[in-house]
Write a protein that binds this ligand. Sequence first.
Ligand code: GLA
Ligand code: ZN
Length: 657
Amino acid sequence: MPGLGWGADYNPEQWPEHVWAEDVELMRRAGVNLVSVGIFSWARIEVSKGEYRFDWLDRVMDLLHAGGIRVDLATATAAPPPWLTAQYPEMLPVRADGVRFSHGSRQAYCPTSPIYRDRATALAGEMAAHYRDHPALAAWHVGNEYGCHIPKCYCDTCAASFREWLRARYTLDELNDAWSTAFWSQGYTDWAQILPPRVTPTFSNPGQLLDFDRFADDALLELFKAERDVLRMITPEVPITTNFMSYWSSDDMDCWKWAREVDFVSTDHYTRQDWPRRHIDLAMAADMTRGFAGGRPWLLMEHSTSAVNWQPRNIAKQPGEMRRHSFAHVAHGADGTLFFQWRQSRGGSERYHSAMVPHAGTETKVYREVCQVGDEYKRIAGVVGSTVDADVAVIYDYESRFALRQPAHPTSAFEYQQCVFDCYQALWQAGVMVDFVAPGQDLSKYKLVVVPALYAVRDAHAQLVADYVAGGGHVLMTYLSGVADEHSRVRLGGYPGAFRDVLGVWTEEFYPLHEGETVALDDGSAATVWTEHLHARGASVIASYLDGPLPGVPAVTRNEFGDGVAWYVACGLDESGFARTAESALAEAGITPMNSVVKSGVELVRRRGDVSWLFAVNHTDTDAEIAASGVEVLSGERVSGRLTVRAGDVVVLREEV
Ligand code: GLA
Ligand code: ZN
């Protein structure tokens, strides 16, 4: 792309053809330069088995090209058509309780179905052969949000694939050991006895659940790879992506794994409009996506111009909010931001979801703001390719997330995603830039590594954290880290088994708290959800409980280990207490915030390429002053020393350094 990508999912099949020309005209007015086409067009393209109709799509592609708009072309495989599922009902996915899904929404396919795979790869091949030389083709968009709606299927085909997946990793003896099947008389004597974790009388086997999570993710990834490989053979020059689902909704895809298989990373992010801190959630999702992309720029494939249709109350965005969201993604490393979708649907399940062109037309807040941002993006085209630096890393682990969402843990009140968010929020509020890294990733370039609930940790990954600290690194770790191994079996000899030495502590028993119970700490902070009976063994005690079940017991500790320092937050510390601990850890690690105004909700992010770009996004309703020098690119004004960022506004500085 010559500049920042700006556009949407474009679904022309929802409209009569006479609307298409107007679409392209309005896209040009809005500065649109990239659209995703055909994501849900299977039924229109392949009208019966092997009978492909490209004429209408040819006209769409030609119109877009004539309008100077590039296309992220879908393989159209996300929603199999009714003729296919009617002919092969066995390709429909099955729930854990045995119910087979019916046709009538989307993504109704079993991930291991040979029929689905065959028809999907055939369609991808036809699309590639037909559009390989089309000048509008910019990228391939494989499937859509893999794992959305149907991350797992429990049918007999999946059971057979699951067994194959297991046999490639274990002998039967090793499997029995890894799954602790001695418990509850689950010992397997034949592979044929092993099933997906279908509905059982009570808790399913934790090792089986975790391996099924891994298997199901791999099965979807194999599907993606099958389509990708077909595309690569026919159009080796065209980059291939599939849109991840940011954070909260991405429950089942291990994006670290997926990111290795795409040519560029793209993601979708929707704000929860009832969350006052949704801009922090957005920043976190963006930083995480930059992590998946290995620090390289990425594409925001979807967000919303205003309300969505799938929240309990679909709150419209405030004037200026979509603009802030768009710029914030770019600030955190996106080289383009697209929406779902171009024109708001008239019918169908998503007709109340906002779009770039609302039901009411173009004389609207939404379309005006769309045109404004489209115009502004042109002025900051130079940011394309620039990157973001961070001194702090957060280790983000899908396997711990998978393991901790299982039932029968010490408390059901703990949520991994919330724990990661709480850590991130403290760093955001401290005004420092954050990278996300996978467990096992090299940590040496970071001054501080934050480790939220790294629960089901492998020996090698735990060792890497210990080596990092021993070598002079600083770590801030929360409770529920290092408790279990990669099969979710508890590490013995006192918790947290994998990190006792580096933290200089050991815990003899967990003391989760009652709902609503708060325990006071001697530094004025408080804990909810979790406490543990911890003993300092070398660590210094930073704060202890005043009351609750463990008065006098250490709650926050700091340990010098080798040349580095390891902080341990052993309880569900409240926001101010965690912020204070994070600030101490940041200061000791020698990290200075970007700018003190960040605390009040003015976000500062720097992207560096040939030149340095400073983005300031004011999420508050009061003006703020920041230290800045250079040219404010959106207004063209020269700035020396100080700049006012008006309430709700965005500024972008080409800095003088
Ligand atoms: C997802 C899908 C889109 C659309 C949006 C609605 O991101 O990819 O097709 O359903 O959600 O928010
Ligand atoms: Zn299945």
